[in-house]
Design a protein around this ligand. Structure first.
Ligand SMILES: Cc1cc2nc3c(=O)[nH]c(=O)nc-3n(C[C@H](O)[C@H](O)[C@H](O)COP(=O)(O)O)c2cc1C
Length: 182
């Protein structure tokens, strides 16, 4: 299977690595690939029994390499099975971690006319000291509106690693089902 990610600050890469480790324990090799480095070859995509994409959100959109990957390979991906995991801070709120409840995920799937076998959102990491001055001010403002931390020194990992384990288990199940079809 193919495990692909798009990240800027590293949390989506950490989530991909965690999923890869769980899959490896179950005997499924899935080394994570950074979409900003290269897209997989179309032949590898077509041959993969399952494609999983883990992508971070910035300012309302998934990272451009993830958007470009979906747009470029839409036809192949629509043949499925596809798993899409959106990493963002809105997903820290109850009900905002599903394909219906998370607006970024819902809009992305509608825009690309994709119906993944499994789509979910997982909460990312807030790391004010890392951000540029402008990004820090904008995100503090958004956090103020949504009841999140605003201390410019704060660094909070909202990611639930139990939720990531459940995502890995779901991917392993889908991989098993795909294996029976081929
Ligand atoms: C500049 C910037 C913009 C962001 N915009 C959003 C946003 O619009 N909605 C949201 O829920 N989270 C937003 N986030 C939070 C990121 O999705 C979160 O920090 C995530 O963990 C980043 O993933 P990465 O470490 O893989 O890049 C933003 C973060 C940054 C730094």
């Amino acid at each position: 299977m193919l495990l692909l990610y798009a990240t800027r600050d590293g949390q989506s890469r950490r989530i991909a690595a965690h999923i890869a480790a769980r899959l490896a324990e179950g005997g499924i090799p899935a080394p994570p690939h950074d979409l900003a480095v290269a897209f997989p070859a179309p032949a590898d995509l077509a041959a993969a029994p399952l494609v999983a994409v883990i992508a971070a959100v910035r300012y309302g959109r998934h990272l451009p390499e993830a958007e470009r990957f979906l747009a470029t390979h839409r036809e192949l991906l629509a043949r499925g099975p596809l798993v899409f995991v959106s990493v963002n801070l809105t997903a820290r709120k109850p009900g905002k971690d599903t394909a219906e409840g998370n607006q970024y995920l819902r809009k992305l799937l509608a825009r690309h006319r994709l119906t993944p076998a499994f789509a979910t959102a997982v909460a990312g990491r807030l790391d004010y000291p890392r951000y540029t001055w402008l990004d820090r001010q904008i995100i503090r403002f958004i956090m103020k509106l949504t009841g999140g931390p605003t201390d410019p020194q704060s660094c909070v990992e909202f990611t639930s690693w139990q939720a990531v384990d459940r995502i890995a288990a779901r991917i392993a199940d889908l991989h098993g089902e795909a294996g029976h079809l081929t």
